[in-house]
Design a protein around this ligand. Sequence first.
Ligand code: ADP
Length: 201
Amino acid sequence: MKFLYRKQCGRCERKSPVKTLVGNSVLELVVGDITNEETDAIVNAANSQLAGGGGVDGAIHRAAGPSVMEQTSQKYPEGCPTGEAVITDAGQLKAKYIIHTVGPIWRGGREGEEDYLRAAYRNSLQLAVEYGCKSVSFPAISTGVYGYPLDLASEVALSEIRQFLLGLNDAMLVRCVLFNEGTWGAYCRVLEQWRCDETNA
Ligand code: ADP
């Protein structure tokens, strides 16, 4: 794992993007609103009915417009099971696709939550590759209303993304778009820990 840069700006240090090379690909951590992303795909933290809702799901549907909900209703009337992912176009957004995945509701950690969260990231990335996407943005799936502890979710998210990217031949950009600095900081701590582990190995 090679860090490309970590910008240390005195005024806005906490908002600086972090870029890391993983295999042939780039993993980036930014603070932002995922609806503004111009990556080929953005990932939505949906619910299993694909019914829309609050949080990032609501924001994505509001910004994309009603055609996206029409597509999910028509193409996936049964919804999407936890850990799986489905795809639509992105309506009025700049991205080409929205990948709707369903993270687990946190129930204490003994009900397979980690496996489901890993599957949500893996299946989203797999779908992105199948649709020819070279860049994908993720929110911090399950860390809002679904209550997955942020320190655990960030480790799961980044390790699953890393494992996937290491298995890819082609280069991809994966951008984690974190809605606030606290979430961004938790993700950064995971990368810093990895770097320490590598240095000490
Ligand atoms: P879940 O039900 O999977 O927990 P939420 O939407 O409640 O989904 O929260 C998931 C994460 O998305 C949280 O970290 C929340 O702060 C973040 N979030 C909310 N709105 C946005 C947005 N517009 N862009 C990026 N992340 C967002």
